[in-house]
Write a protein that binds this ligand. Structure first.
Ligand SMILES: Nc1ncnc2c1ncn2[C@@H]1O[C@H](COP(=O)(O)OP(=O)(O)O)[C@@H](O)[C@H]1O
Ligand SMILES: O=C(CO)[C@@H](O)[C@H](O)COP(=O)(O)O
Length: 491
């Protein structure tokens, strides 16, 4: 029997780095590893590199892997100087300090004009607004910035070169989250980059879905001038003789869409640090309200997406408040009645991106003696978080980009591991929900992209779909209505 060819997929997400190693032909899972990322919304990229090395080691190393693809959290601003050194820690997608810069940029050009130019209207998450913040607040760092790239671009480049900024690459999906690349034309809008940053740094070359970002040759680390090349290869579990092909990589949500094999009409709801609701479609969306971001996907199509800042960590906060485990929060939530007897959480604990309220905070409405119990509070936390996502699903549906949809609604991400979330989601989202078996769907999508690179086929590999469990319940329009009233009062 021949040895299977292996591929690796990476999800360098907000809270951790995950590596999955799969059989390139069958998709069978071979090994996995994870490592945590530091907390905070400002992180030095070296921490992602360390976590990638640790996660690769925990997955048994990459020595027998033929191709690798890196997917990562979107939008983070990584500034490099002319020598390829990091200028300052990266500002992540959930750092809201550029909210004022975002509203300045909208005022300068107009929301409709931004949506038509790049598919998105500036909010604090997008790279363009972070660059404007840097220009306004740290001009010395802005002056030193010779190139700007994103988390997955930097990690891929760190593996293939790590020194020459002219070799930086990205892909369509991540480029579409910058605010200066147009999914509709497939071109950078250098004028908008300059408008945001008042400078024109080098930006990564945008690769198509099956293009190769590079090859990590046996001598690669030394050629790249990385200090202690031998130890870097050793940390990744690579033997001195192993070449490793690097795929284009992707933004995490596009990778998840690829990993799940979503079809036009399907919707994915992901509950990670961010809450996202997205679909794939064949025409570039442009929502002048900015609610739906018109991203590109990782297969050559488009990825309309709504993103909230408050998802799995709302559940974490509920647990901390009640001093209980994730399992106990879930049990408590399921022991309270739907609607928590009038207790409603508006879950904007981190400010909010959709709706665009970067300075908002969370609010509890309707506290009474009768609902002042741990169970009611747990229920309100789960329901409030899901109502934020249901608003996102409404916006996506309202934009008319779902062909005959919504069809299948998938629920993924760390938060989908909660039994209460799975059970309550159908009533709040107003439709049946398919929960794939718990797995790292972003890293799986990256692994599929690596296998696609190896196969050179016209379509991504057709690996066996994950087992799914169907959750159904009667929609609760009255609960959504009460949430809307409290939300609008809060806003
Ligand atoms: N059983 C569970 N119940 C509730 N939340 C969970 C559970 N398991 C994991 N989580 C939460 O999921 C989050 C991590 O999810 P993940 O999708 O990996 O996030 P990210 O991609 O943003 O790093 C954490 O906030 C964690 O507390
Ligand atoms: O900003 C977005 C999408 O626009 C987020 O979805 C980030 O890509 C972070 O994802 P997670 O780490 O929460 O999965």
């Amino acid at each position: 029997m021949s040895t299977p060819r292996l591929v690796a997929g990476v999800d360098s997400s907000t809270q951790s780095c995950k590596v999955v190693i799969r059989d390139a032909d069958t998709g069978a899972l071979v090994r996995t590893g994870t490592a945590p990322h530091p907390d905070g919304t400002e992180v030095h990229p070296a921490a992602w590199w360390d976590a990638l090395c640790q996660a690769a080691a925990a997955a048994g190393g990459l020595g027998d892997v033929a191709a690798l693809s890196i997917a990562a959290q979107q939008h983070g601003m990584v500034c490099l100087d002319g020598d390829g050194s990091v200028v300052r820690p990266a500002l992540l997608w959930n750092d809201t300090r550029s909210a004022r810069a975002a509203s300045d940029l909208v005022a300068e050009l107009g929301a409709k004009e931004w949506a038509e130019a790049v598919g998105t209207v500036p909010v604090a998450s997008f790279t363009a607004t972070k660059l404007r913040w840097l220009a306004d607040h740290e001009p010395a760092h802005a002056d030193r910035t010779a190139a700007v790239c994103l988390p997955h671009d930097w990690l891929t480049w760190r593996l293939t070169d790590g020194r020459d900024i002219s070799t930086l690459t990205t892909d369509r999906s991540d480029a579409s989250g910058t605010g200066y690349w147009s999914p509709a034309t497939g071109q950078y809008r250098t004028d908008l980059l300059e408008q945001a940053f008042r400078r024109t740094p080098l930006v990564p070359r945008v690769l198509g879905p099956t293009e190769r970002a590079g090859v990590l040759e046996p001598t690669g680390f030394a050629a790249a001038g990385l200090l202690n090349a031998g130890s870097a290869r050793a940390r990744l579990g690579l033997a001195e003789t192993d070449p490793l092909m690097l795929a284009a990589g992707a933004g995490d949500n596009a990778a998840a869409a690829l990993g799940l094999g979503v079809r036009p009409g399907d919707v994915v709801v992901s509950i990670g640090t961010s809450g996202t609701v997205f679909a794939v479609c064949d025409t570039p969306p442009a929502d002048p309200t900015g609610t739906v971001a018109g991203f590109a996907d990782a297969t050559g199509r488009f990825l309309p997406l709504v993103c909230t800042l408050n998802a799995a960590r709302v559940l974490d906060a509920g647990r901390a408040l009640l001093g209980v485990s994730a399992g106990e929060l879930s049990r408590l939530a399921l022991s309270a009645p739907a609607g928590a007897d009038g207790l409603t959480l508006i879950p904007y604990l981190e400010g909010e991106r959709t709706p665009n309220r970067p300075d908002a905070s969370g609010e509890l409405h309707g506290l009474r003696l009768a609902n002042s119990t741990p169970a009611h509070l747990a229920r309100a936390y789960v329901e409030g978080m899901l109502c934020g996502l249901a608003d996102g699903l409404d916006a996506l549906t309202g934009l008319g980009v779902l062909s005959d949809g919504p069809g299948r609604v998938f629920l993924i991400g760390g938060g989908a591991r909660s039994e209460a979330v799975r059970a309550i989601a159908p009533a709040i989202l107003g439709r049946p929900v398919l929960v794939p078996a718990p797995a790292e769907y972003v890293a799986n999508g990256a692994a599929a992209q690596a296998a696609w690179l190896l196969s050179g086929g016209a379509e991504p590999p057709r690996w066996e779909a994950a087992d799914t469990e169907l959750f159904e319940d009667q929609p609760l329009p009255w609960l959504r209505e009460r949430y809307r009233e409290c939300r609008d009062r809060a806003l």
